[in-house]
Write a protein of this length. Structure first.
Length: 95
């Protein structure tokens, strides 16, 4: 089962005692700050979670799987997430 933004807001609301509206404003602000930093070429590091950064992909030829046609992909910037050691460890712990 996937966890949605609404689920995260609900869990944080219960944990810290803010209203859902206040929690949603905080989460939205968090997302805006990360987006703006990445747009400006900055890396965002959140200890215990990981880091977000932008990588540049060079132009290349690719094939459309539906038609088989070769297309030229332009140079582009792609967001990347690198998990922290703590997150990797937590995910790999057995229950």
């Amino acid at each position: 089962m996937n966890i949605t933004k609404a689920d995260i807001i609900g869990k944080i609301t219960e944990a810290v005692g803010l209203t859902k509206i206040e929690t949603e404003a905080v989460i939205n602000g968090f997302i805006v700050v990360i987006n703006e930093a990445l747009k400006n070429g900055q890396e965002v590091e959140i200890r215990g979670l990981g880091s977000f950064r932008i990588i540049e992909r060079e132009p290349r030829l690719a094939r459309n799987p539906k038609t088989g046609e070769m297309i030229q992909l332009p140079k582009r910037r792609v967001p990347q997430f690198r998990p922290s050691k703590d997150l990797k460890k937590a995910v790999n712990e057995t229950k």
